[in-house]
Write a protein that binds this ligand. Structure first.
Ligand SMILES: NC(=O)c1ccc[n+]([C@@H]2O[C@H](COP(=O)([O-])OP(=O)(O)OC[C@H]3O[C@@H](n4cnc5c(N)ncnc54)[C@H](O)[C@@H]3O)[C@@H](O)[C@H]2O)c1
Length: 439
C-alpha cells in the first residue's frame, strides 16, 4: 500500500518506519527540515530503543523516504496524521493548530478514495469536524480516527505489535471502505489476532483520552496513598504489593514516586477536562483536577525531602540528580518531573548537577542554567545528597559501595522507589523515598 505519514516526531517517525517494515511504500512528511534530513540519513532525531535499526532497514529496503514537501503525499492512498497536539499556552485545552495546518496542506495532495487516518490525540469532536472539511474540499475522500497507544521506550514493539487496534470510522457507506483500507494497512497485525474495536469517530477519540486519564488516575491514587503513608509511618510499597495481588486492581501502574510527566498524560488529562467543560459535562471530570494536583504535589514533596535530608537548608548544598528525561529509555524531557525538581532545587540555592544517559542535549537546551554531567559518578562528586528521579536501569544497578566513594555525604533519595533499600543501607547510605519511613 502507498502511505503517507504527516508529522515525524516520536509517534510519526516510528509509525512511518514500522509501516515500511510491514511492506508498505511510505513517505514521511514533516515541516522540520533538519529532522527530515536526519531521518533520511537513517539517524534518529530522538532516543528510542530499536528505532534507528528499524529506520536503517526500512530506508535500505527502498520502501521508506522522508520529505518536507506535502506534494510527495500525492501517490499515497492512506495518510496518517501524526502531528503534535500540545497544551495551549495559558489554558488547559489542546492546541489544534498543527492538526489544522496539516489537514489544510494535505488537501492539495488528496484524491477521491483516499483515507485520512488521524493518530494524534485530539479532543472529542475534532474528527467529525475535520471529516467535513476533507469531504467538502475533496469529495470522495474520507477521514477515520485511529488513535495510537505506543509507549516511548517501547515504541517500535508497540507499533508493530499493538495490544489493540481502534478504528473510529466515518458514518454511512464510507465506513466499510475506510475499514477495508485500515485492515489492509494492518493486515499482518490483524492476522496475528490483535483485538479490534471498530467504532465511530467520537468513541475512538475518547478511548485514547479515557485510557490516559485512567493511567494517570492509577498513578495519582498510589501517590495519594504515599502521602498518607508518609503521615502515618506505613509503607507504600508493601501496600501496593498487597492491593496489587487482587487482580481486579493489578500491580501495574501502582509504583509510588515522583509521578507522571511527558508529552502525553499531563496535557491529555487537562485537554479532556477543558473539552468536558465546553460540552457542559465538566463535573464528570473534576476528579482529574485532583489527579493533576496530587501529581504536582509529589514534585514539591521531593524538594522538601531533599531539604530535610540536607539538614534543613538547600543553600550551597551539592545535589546530584540522576535522570532528566520524563521516563527511562527516552530522551523526551517534555514536562519532566526530574527537571522540574532539579530546577526547584537550584532556585532554592542548591548546587545541582544533573545527569542522564540520553537526555542531556535536550535538557541543556531547555534548562541552560542547570549544570550537567556525563556520568552518575561525575554528577555525584562531592555531593551532599543524591536524588534518583528517573529510573534508568544504569542507575538502578549502581553499586552503592563504589558509588559511595565519590560523594561527601551518603544520602540517597529514591524518587522512583527503584533502588534496593537494604543494599544501599548496608553500604552505609541513609535512604529516603516517597511514601516510606525514614530508616
Ligand atoms: N509520543 C508518544 O508517546 C505518543 C503516544 C501516543 C500518542 N501521541 C500523540 O501523537 C501526537 C504526536 O506526538 P509526538 O510525541 O510524536 O509529537 P512530536 O512533537 O514529537 O512530533 C510532532 C511532529 O509534527 C511535525 N509537524 C507539525 N506541524 C506539521 C505540519 N503541518 N506538517 C507536517 N509535520 C508537522 C513537527 O515538526 C514534529 O516533528 C500527539 O497528539 C500526541 O499526543 C504521542
Amino acid at each position: 500500500m502507498r502511505i503517507s505519514v504527516i508529522g515525524c516526531g516520536y509517534l510519526g517517525a516510528v509509525h512511518a518506519a514500522s509501516m515500511a517494515e510491514l511492506g508498505h511504500e511510505v513517505v514521511g512528511i514533516d515541516v522540520d527540515r533538519s529532522k527530515v534530513e536526519l531521518l533520511q540519513r537513517a539517524q534518529a532525531p530522538f532516543y528510542e530503543p530499536g528505532f534507528e535499526a528499524l529506520l536503517s532497514a526500512s530506508l535500505a529496503s527502498g520502501r521508506l523516504r522522508f520529505s518536507t514537501d506535502i506534494a510527495d503525499a500525492r501517490d499515497a492512498v492512506v495518510h496518517f496524521l501524526c502531528v503534535g497536539t500540545p497544551q495551549k499556552r495559558g489554558e488547559y485545552a489542546a492546541d489544534l493548530r498543527y492538526v489544522e495546518a496539516a489537514v489544510e496542506s494535505l488537501l492539495q495532495a488528496l484524491k477521491p478514495g483516499d483515507l485520512v487516518a488521524g493518530k494524534s490525540t485530539v479532543p472529542v469532536g475534532t474528527a467529525a469536524r475535520l471529516a467535513e472539511v476533507v469531504a467538502g474540499k475533496v469529495p470522495g475522500a474520507m477521514l477515520a480516527w485511529n488513535p495510537e497507544f505506543l509507549r516511548e521506550g517501547f515504541a517500535v514493539q508497540d507499533t508493530l505489535h499493538p495490544d489493540r487496534l481502534v478504528y473510529g470510522l466515518p458514518a454511512g457507506s464510507d465506513a466499510a471502505v475506510a475499514r477495508a483500507l485500515l485492515d489492509e494497512v494492518y493486515a499482518s497485525i490483524v492476522a496475528a489476532g490483535t483485538p479490534q474495536v471498530v467504532t465511530d469517530h467520537a468513541t475512538a477519540e475518547m478511548v485514547k483520552t479515557a485510557a490516559n486519564s485512567f493511567l494517570a488516575t492509577k498513578i495519582s491514587f498510589i501517590n495519594a496513598m504515599a502521602e498518607l503513608c508518609e503521615a502515618t509511618g506505613a509503607d507504600v510499597i508493601q501496600l501496593a504489593d498487597a492491593i496489587g495481588h487482587d487482580d481486579r486492581i493489578g500491580r501495574k501502574f501502582l509504583n509510588a514516586g515522583l509521578g507522571f510527566g511527558g508529552g502525553c498524560l499531563p496535557k491529555d488529562i487537562r485537554a479532556f477536562m477543558a473539552r468536558a467543560g465546553e460540552l457542559g459535562a465538566d463535573q464528570a471530570l473534576t476528579f482529574l483536577r485532583e489527579v493533576d494536583n496530587i501529581n504536582m504535589r509529589r514534585r514539591i514533596r521531593m524538594v522538601e525531602l531533599a531539604r530535610e535530608v540536607c539538614d534543613g537548608s538547600l543553600l550551597g548544598k551539592r545535589v546530584a540528580v540522576l535522570g532528566a528525561s520524563f521516563k527511562p529509555d527516552s530522551d523526551d524531557i517534555r514536562d519532566s518531573p526530574a527537571l522540574n525538581v532539579a530546577a526547584q532545587l537550584e532556585l532554592q540555592g542548591a548546587i545541582v548537577r544533573v545527569t542522564d544517559p540520553a537526555a542531556i542535549p535536550n535538557a541543556r537546551r531547555e534548562w541552560p542554567h542547570l549544570d550537567f554531567a556525563d556520568t552518575a559518578e561525575e554528577a555525584a562528586r562531592d555531593a551532599d545528597a543524591v536524588l534518583l528521579l528517573t529510573e534508568w536501569r544504569t542507575y538502578r544497578e549502581l553499586d552503592p559501595t563504589a558509588f559511595g566513594a565519590v560523594v561527601t555525604q551518603k544520602r540517597v533519595l529514591d524518587g522512583r522507589n527503584a533502588l534496593d533499600r537494604d543494599t544501599w543501607e548496608a553500604a552505609g547510605w541513609s535512604y529516603r523515598a516517597l511514601g516510606r519511613r525514614a530508616g
